[in-house]
Design a protein around this ligand. Structure first.
Ligand SMILES: [Zn+2]
Length: 182
């Protein structure tokens, strides 16, 4: 990949970006969340079982669904590319807060998060005390960082889906060069 970037096959005006496979990104998120929910120590110190159990299988699943549904419903192909990234990004960043019942900074997100419900308990402060919240946010940030890849993966066809290389013409026009040279 480095070599492709360095060789500038399309000249210096083309920025080449690797499109990470959606499955890899989501599998990585799944693995990270599972690790956070099980590891007894993190950078801050030890994490009691009572706190770890807050990130149970159900919440891990909800965190992942928050990502996939944000992309599915917020990045329709007819929207400008930047909007297709910005809109699901808001939901993805809100994901952990929503799943842990924290609506203190809530802004209207339509169907995705309708704000606090009666009987909601805000649990977000508990993992914060032992550094687990930072781990959750950094796992979430990893996904958000690869959002353009996720969106590309969903909107592209099967042939280009895996490990395709995107060649971006500065100015927004995108050109694929993963075509066969035969
Ligand atoms: Zn919410």
């Amino acid at each position: 990949m480095k070599q492709i970037v360095a060789s500038q096959p399309y000249g210096p005006n083309f920025l080449i970006t690797k499109i990470e496979c959606k499955n890899h990104i989501m599998r990585n998120y799944k693995r990270r969340l599972r690790e956070i929910g099980t590891k007894t120590k993190n950078a801050t110190g030890s994490v009691p079982g009572s706190v770890r159990s807050l990130l149970d299988a159900d919440r891990q699943l909800r965190l992942r669904v928050a990502v996939t549904s944000a992309i599915r419903y917020r990045s329709a192909g007819y929207l400008p590319f930047q909007q297709r990234i910005d809109e699901p990004a808001k939901d993805i960043h809100n994901g952990p807060y929503h799943v842990f019942g924290d609506h203190r900074c809530w802004t209207e997100r339509g169907f995705f998060c309708k704000g606090p419900k009666e009987g909601d308990v805000c649990l977000a402060d508990i993992p914060k005390e032992v550094g687990m919240w930072d781990d959750i946010l950094s796992a979430k940030n990893f996904v958000a960082h690869h959002l353009s890849s996720l969106i590309h993966n969903i909107s592209t066809n099967d042939v280009e889906r895996f490990n395709s290389v995107l060649c971006k013409f500065l100015g927004g026009k995108r050109v694929y060069f993963s075509m066969r040279v035969s």
